[in-house]
Design a protein around this ligand. Structure first.
Ligand SMILES: C[S@@+](CC[C@H](N)C(=O)[O-])C[C@H]1O[C@@H](n2cnc3c(N)ncnc32)[C@H](O)[C@@H]1O
Length: 214
């Protein structure tokens, strides 16, 4: 048996993330999640759902969500969160690199803060494209490599950061990788972090929509 992928070997990170991530809801996190999911309908797959913070923001037009989470502690929290939602959510063990769905079977795939952590970015996005029906949407909320000095700083910090933060990489250019697999990016918006109207330095956070075309 080979080593399990890096993102799944971080029980301490999973516990810290599970406890602290809900605190970001107040700082604009909940609003970003709502925006990420608004207008979705039909069958949706969520990659790396963590503790299930997105679940309560799915619009009622969504028929069902299949949420994949490889990390056992976060998956347990997600099972709990799934019981408190308006739309049917099924939580399953699973990884973005191998989506357990037939080709062209999904109306949408959602990823929030996951592309930074998958073991194989191009492979995962290839899977997203494969399972989307023609015209289906990929919605993502992801931090990506910054520009200029910010990006250089992230390059420097990344080897240490990825070890302590559950395999999360600070300097992935995930938005470019989305286009490289043939998904057409139709909207890409940078979310700034502000406190009392003052912009704060931090990771470059993108909210994006891309579409699969045959
Ligand atoms: C920073 S957390 C984000 C969790 C959640 N999406 C959220 O918005 O709060 C990153 C998540 O990606 C998951 N993950 C890591 N590698 C993965 C992979 N290869 N496939 C799917 N999920 C993965 C982790 O277990 C973790 O739940």
């Amino acid at each position: 048996m080979g080593q399990p992928p890096l993102g799944h070997r971080h029980p301490i990170f999973a516990r810290v993330y599970g406890a602290l991530a809900p605190l970001t809801d107040g700082g604009g996190g909940a609003r970003a999640r709502r925006e990420l999911l608004q207008g979705l309908r039909g069958s949706v797959v969520e990659l790396g759902c963590g503790s299930g913070l997105n679940f309560r923001h799915y619009p009622s037009e969504v028929a069902r969500v299949t949420a994949l989470e490889p990390e056992p502690h976060l998956r347990r929290l997600a099972h709990r969160a799934a019981r408190r939602t308006g739309v049917p959510v099924e939580v399953r063990d699973g990884r973005a690199e191998r989506l357990p769905f037939p080709d062209g079977s999904q109306d949408a795939v959602v990823s929030a803060l996951v592309l930074c952590s998958v073991d194989d970015l191009a492979g995962s996005l290839g899977e997203v494209r494969r399972v989307l029906r023609p015209g289906g949407e990929f919605r993502f909320l992801e931090h990506v490599r910054g520009q200029g000095v910010g990006g250089a700083f992230e390059d420097l910090l990344d080897p240490l950061w990825s070890r302590i933060a559950g395999g999360c990489h600070l300097n992935r250019e995930s938005e470019l990788a989305v286009e490289r697999v043939g998904l057409r990016v139709e909207e890409l918006r940078e979310l700034g972090t502000r406190v009392l109207g003052i912009p704060l330095p931090g990771p470059r956070m993108l909210l994006g929509r891309a579409r699969a075309w045959p």
